[in-house]
Ligand binder design. Structure first.
Ligand SMILES: C[S@@+](CC[C@H](N)C(=O)[O-])C[C@H]1O[C@@H](n2cnc3c(N)ncnc32)[C@H](O)[C@@H]1O
Length: 268
């Protein structure tokens, strides 16, 4: 092989290596985009196998934390919920707050629905919020969402950490969607899930906090939730609605629609 040809080959290899180097992103601490099951911690391998059901655009570079695999909403379920929330919310409400946005499963579906003037997403864990922002970018809706890092009860509360004007804005134009932590995968073992001992926040705590300033609350809860505890949150003389969201003919979770929501049309 001539000297010229060898030099050309060397240049080509170096160019390829440089391209590869540029391609390797440095992810924030605690954030992953696993490509192969060998990289995945044992506890989340079961969820990783379902990654393309959870995120149809997983391969575009979706970011996850290891904890987020347990709580993220599957894309189809999130889209159905977003469709229902859009149908049932009174017309004068144009802002949706996702109080526990996680890595963005529901937030992104709400933004994609096109129903909301603005979606506000709150998450207390910095790495998880980074994932949500990145994932919203992949789905083309990052700019439709306003992101807040912090404790939703403090940011929406009347105290000193409150975001100025947010509580009043929500009181007039907003609804709250809340998919709180359920206290780990142990909830699956309960025949009837006790919402009053849910960790770290009980149903009573969540409902009391949010209902002090809005009458439209959607709660995303375990499928076996104690319905009598949900009914206790419904104002006397009014009706609440509970909708189960199923995949493969079995319920994954339910949403409780509490407050001024229209009745869900049977075919929706
Ligand atoms: C079940 S996950 C939400 C999953 C989300 N719906 C999704 O599809 O990605 C609950 C999230 O709430 C966050 N969280 C817990 N307490 C919070 C609080 N007080 N304020 C804001 N976020 C909180 C957790 O860090 C976690 O990411």
């Amino acid at each position: 092989m001539g000297r010229k040809r060898r030099r050309q080959q060397k240049d080509d290899t170096e160019n390829q290596l440089e391209k590869k180097r540029q391609h390797i992103e440095v992810l924030p601490e605690g954030v992953h985009h696993y490509e192969h099951i060998n990289q995945v911690p044992l506890e989340v391998q079961h969820y990783f196998r379902q990654r393309h059901n959870i995120w149809s655009k997983y391969d575009d570079g979706v970011w996850m934390t290891d904890n987020a695999w347990y709580g993220v909403s599957q894309e189809l379920v999130a889209a159905k919920i977003a469709q229902h929330v859009a149908l049932m919310t009174p017309d004068n409400k144009s802002i949706l707050i996702d109080a526990f946005c996680g890595v963005g499963g529901n937030t992104i579906a709400f933004a994609l629905s096109g129903r909301w003037k603005r979606v506000y997403a709150i998450e207390k864990d910095p790495a998880t919020l980074e994932c949500a922002r990145r994932n919203a970018e992949i789905y083309g809706v990052r700019d439709k969402i306003t992101w807040f890092l912090g404790n939703c009860f403090e940011l929406l509360g009347p105290g000193e950490k409150a975001v100025s004007g947010l509580r009043e804005l929500v009181a007039e134009y907003g609804i709250i969607f809340a998919s709180p932590p359920w206290g780990g995968p142990g909830y699956k073992l309960d025949e009837v899930f006790n919402l009053n001992t849910m960790q770290p926040y009980s149903l009573e705590h969540i409902f009391n906090e949010f209902s002090s300033f809005t009458r439209c609350i959607v709660l995303y809860l375990p499928r076996t939730s104690d319905l009598s505890q949900i009914a206790a949150c419904v104002e006397e003389g009014k009706k609440g609605q509970v909708v189960h969201y199923c995949t493969k003919a079995s319920s994954r979770a339910l949403c409780a629609y509490l407050g001024d929501f229209a009745k869900l049309p049977p075919a929706a």
